[in-house]
Design a protein around this ligand. Sequence first.
Ligand SMILES: Nc1ncnc2c1ncn2[C@@H]1O[C@H](COP(=O)(O)OP(=O)(O)O)[C@@H](O)[C@H]1O
Ligand SMILES: [Mg+2]
Length: 267
Amino acid sequence: MSACSAQSGQAFVRLSKVGKSFRVEGGTIEVLCNISIEVADRQFISILGPSGCGKSTLLMMLAGLEPVSAGSIEIGGQSMRTPRRDVGVIFQDPTLLPWKSALENVLFPIEIFGLPFAKYQARAEALLELVGISDARHRRPRQLSGGMRQRVAICRALIHEPKLLLMDEPFSALDAITRDELNVTLLDIWERHHQTAFFVTHSIREAVFLSDRVVVLGGWPGQVVLDVAIPFARPRDLNIGESVDFNRICGELRRAIAENHARRVAD
Ligand SMILES: Nc1ncnc2c1ncn2[C@@H]1O[C@H](COP(=O)(O)OP(=O)(O)O)[C@@H](O)[C@H]1O
Ligand SMILES: [Mg+2]
């Protein structure tokens, strides 16, 4: 299996020697160091690693919600300093507004950004159709299952046609079957819209199923310990999880995580 970088084309996202420290009582803790990753336009990349290795911190910096402590982040050739409009974010908790319907929640960013509502109404309806919950578009969040709420969150992240989609363990609170379904839905949408996608997860199989490339973070402070290309053709279906190649790649990733985790605990 080959190590890889931005592969073909220009890098759309460029992290150069990124480091992150937090000020805590009694000093600072260094959470991430020397992270250099180049992501080609429209690549689907997963960031994989155990809890506490700095995955969410990395995503927050990409979203412009946390400043970097060292190095730099460039998106579309521009230095990342503040949150950008052409980024969509999905978190583990869908954080829908309880008094708004599914459709109104999807359109909420349009309201916030002051974009022309009428222009996006049809797109919101089409996205809800695409994720299979068109019939539930007038329901409030409490009338939706966890999986349906997360489908609404996916549509909300995509409504303003972002160029970059950032996802932080979006399906990890869901049961295994719903999670599989959501992974398939996400790939279906991504194959139609083809944003550059950053997906953070601690699930090895989820990362391999979804991605063109998986980057493993490990050690303390967190660094890139493995960067591998995932060679499976698209569109993919869940059956690829049974193939020998799929399981071989999962094994390699699992060993990299375990090795670095053991080192971190021993240090
Ligand atoms: N605002 C903060 N202040 C201090 N420490 C933080 C802050 N945010 C995260 N951390 C620490 O940074 C490390 C990485 O956290 P995080 O990025 O949430 O990891 P992951 O998402 O991989 O589980 C953890 O040790 C966490 O306690
Ligand atoms: Mg996290």
